[in-house]
Design a protein around this ligand. Structure first.
Ligand code: URA
Length: 197
């Protein structure tokens, strides 16, 4: 990624922010994009949202170093603006390969941009905390969408929701019989096509 000059957003950023953590983990957290502190330190989720994420991870019995934490975009967008669809798409091959290597039991998406990678039509207010099984790279992948921790810092209602949703991750890890919302490949393909239109 350091050498791939085709990647967008590089010129406005200080440095690449790669994913970090335990590559043998069952839990892969996928956020949006580096912010000011992440850009400065070259590590994901080290600002205020990251501190909350650490607490949430500890609330389910793990340390940050037990899990893997990453982002759909790896350079800070100017003035922390939302990443654009073509920017997310440019980083996607790297994100996909990272997921293949780690092969987590559960992908926890943080916020709508990483959620929409797996559930293109979903609305976060309707699906947060639910357990989805999506067709992903030839296998069934469990995905749990969560609110973004930065949103939880702005709203006590979202903070309460994300705290509750994290407890469901613990349950999902322990319980293979958990009720899941199945998304077929066809549904995903259809919704991807719709979002392209
Ligand atoms: N928000 C994100 O989505 N990712 C980070 O790394 C930091 C804040």
């Amino acid at each position: 990624m350091e050498e791939d000059k085709s990647l967008p957003l590089r010129t406005g950023a200080t440095q690449l922010v790669f994913g970090e953590g335990n590559a043998d983990t069952q839990l892969y957290f996928l956020g949006e994009a580096p912010g000011y502190y992440e850009d400065r330190e070259g590590r994901p989720f080290v600002g205020q949202a990251g501190k909350l994420l650490d607490q949430l991870i500890e609330s389910i019995g793990f340390r940050r170093s037990d899990v893997y934490i990453s982002n759909v975009v790896r350079f800070r967008p100017p003035a922390n603006r939302d990443p654009e669809a073509d920017e997310i798409a440019a980083f996607a091959p790297y994100v996909n390969e990272e997921i293949n290597i780690i092969s987590p039991k559960i992908i926890v998406t943080l916020g709508r941009f990483s959620m929409n990678k797996f559930l293109p039509e979903a609305r976060i207010s309707a699906v947060h905390g639910k357990v989805f099984k999506v067709d992903w790279n030839g296998k069934r992948q469990i995905v749990m969408p969560m609110y973004h921790p930065a949103a939880a810092l702005r709203s006590t209602a979202i903070l309460a929701a994300i705290k509750g949703d994290f407890q469901l991750i613990k349950k999902a890890l322990a319980d293979d019989t958990l009720e899941v919302v199945e998304k077929s490949q066809q549904e995903n393909a259809q919704s991807s096509q719709l979002s392209l239109i």
